[in-house]
Design a protein around this ligand. Structure first.
Ligand code: F6P
Length: 346
């Protein structure tokens, strides 16, 4: 049997489904009698050679657990050539045949760069933002949408009781998938996403229309990345960028709530769903997908493949050149958003 020594890391924002993927990797590796080395806290762990062995025992009770037993971070080794060299040296010192990186565009972008420098890499796509190119889906999104859906349903109850408007601010960075899908599934009365310039007059008219016809409450879902005219939170947070240059978002929901109250004279509240969207037990879909992705990643290593990430196309797992996702994000098509207005702008 061709036994391998395979490293695994989880990088970027955590999400439900990471532990099932780690479990999938370890269980499949047992079939090949591979050794799996967990690298802690994403790329930070490779810079420092901070590792833990992953055995059957380590993954026996993690299928239903949110987060990641390996820890995660937003470390970008390519910020310093010195860190790149440390990663390459540690990869060799740890005697790895390949590394499986589980992450979003940033983590997989780093894997792509290492792959170009000759380190065998396989990527697994995960992000609650679902904004990765070349794949229909990303691990973690399904569970996060359920959280958003549930939150919006709860907000509808209380908004109705008090005849208020409630604005729910939803994660997703510069993509509106989570806000749009969560808003639709939860029955939001209006949805704003970053891909489409906000039309506040349309929103106000819609709320007026609702109240006039006796629907005296509204839940408005707004993606955190929406740019409201005159809203300067990004400037206000200058310097608050991560190692990949992403601005820390948050606050647009409160601004919108104040605008609604000012313009319509209706009592309005804002809720930031924030990191609640990233925690919790993975959904059935994310559990099964995580297991399948983990297994597939180990199989690809054994097929001698490197420089691929596993795209989800329909129900198929397809290896795709990892360099194709570097620096790209997949956004909601404004035409699709417009067509979905049938369900929230009546
Ligand atoms: O990319 C996932 C995500 O949850 C985004 O939706 C959000 O903007 C960001 O991460 C928050 O990052 P952090 O946990 O570093 O504050």
């Amino acid at each position: 049997m061709d036994k391998k020594r395979i490293g695994v890391l989880t990088g970027g924002g955590d999400c439900p489904g990471l532990n099932p993927a780690i479990r999938g990797i370890v269980l499949r590796a047992l079939d090949y009698e591979d050794e799996i080395i967990g690298i802690k806290y994403g790329w930070a762990g490779l810079i420092k050679a901070d590792t833990m062995p992953l055995t059957l025992q380590s993954v026996e009770d993690i299928l239903d657990k949110g987060g990641t037993i390996l820890g995660s971070s937003r470390t970008n080794p390519f910020k310093k050539e010195e860190d790149v060299q440390k990663c390459i040296e540690n990869f060799k010192r740890l005697n790895l045949d390949a590394l499986i990186a589980i992450g979003g565009e940033d983590t997989l972008g780093v894997a792509s760069k290492f792959s170009k420098r000759g380190l065998p890499m396989i990527g697994i796509p995960k992000t609650i933002d679902k904004d990765l190119e070349e794949t229909d889906y990303c691990l973690g999104f399904d569970t996060a949408v359920e959280v958003v859906m549930d939150a919006i349903q709860r907000l509808r109850d209380t908004a109705k009781s008090h005849a208020r408007v409630v604005v729910a601010e939803i994660m997703g960075r510069h993509a509106g998938w989570l806000a749009l899908y969560g808003g639709l599934a939860g029955g939001a009365d209006y949805i704003l996403i970053p891909e489409v310039e906000p039309n506040l007059e349309e929103l106000y008219n819609h709320i007026r229309k609702l109240y006039n016809r006796g629907h005296t409450w509204a839940v408005v879902a707004i993606a955190e990345g929406v740019q409201l005219p005159g809203f300067t939170y990004q400037k206000g947070q200058e310097g608050m960028v991560d190692a990949f240059g992403h601005v820390r978002l948050g606050g647009v929901g409160q601004v919108l709530a104040e605008e609604i109250e000012k313009n319509l004279g209706i009592e309005t509240r804002a809720v930031i769903l924030s990191h609640l969207q990233r925690g919790g037990s993975p959904s059935i879909y994310d559990r099964i997908l995580g297991l399948r992705l983990g297994k597939e990643a180990v199989d690809l290593v054994h097929q001698g493949k490197s420089g691929y990430f596993i795209a989800i196309k329909g129900n198929e797992l397809v290896p795709v050149d990892i360099t194709l996702i570097e620096g790209k994000t997949k956004n909601v098509d404004p035409k699709f958003y417009e067509s979905m207005k049938t369900f929230f702008n009546k």
